[in-house]
Design a protein around this ligand. Structure first.
Ligand SMILES: [Ca+2]
Ligand SMILES: [Ca+2]
Length: 117
């Protein structure tokens, strides 16, 4: 009986750690590459609008859509990307232009779409 209890505790802790491991929640992405095609282009900016306002183009990695890395996906990300594309704004923060994980994990975007839109 004691051994059985130990086995349940061991596997319970194992599955709990798997469920809350923040490294598993991260994905590799290029910031701004909303549609996951590789390059960051105008289609990504348009897909941010489609995601926000008509519920289409859901990103596989929500952090990719957070172009300005402020922790939320909103109209500011569209503006940030288009300002950079047309020469008046800074490039997206890391990971950019090569794929990587979010260096600011405290601002990870939730997987669900923002309910305000
Ligand atoms: Ca893209
Ligand atoms: Ca943002």
């Amino acid at each position: 009986m004691r051994r059985l209890r130990w086995i349940f505790k061991f596997w319970g802790c194992f599955f709990f750690l798997l469920a809350v491991d923040p490294l598993q929640a991260q994905c590799r992405f290029v910031r701004g590459d909303m549609n996951g095609t590789g390059p960051v282009d105008l289609a990504d900016a348009v897909d941010i609008l489609a995601y926000l306002y008509i519920g289409e183009s859901v990103p596989t990695c929500p952090d990719a859509a957070d172009a300005n890395d402020n922790g939320v996906v909103d109209l500011g990300d569209y503006i940030y990307l288009t300002r950079w594309m047309f020469g008046n704004g800074p490039p997206p923060p890391a990971p950019f232009p090569t794929a990587g994980t979010d260096p600011t994990p405290g601002s990870t975007v939730p997987a669900e779409r923002d309910a305000r839109f």
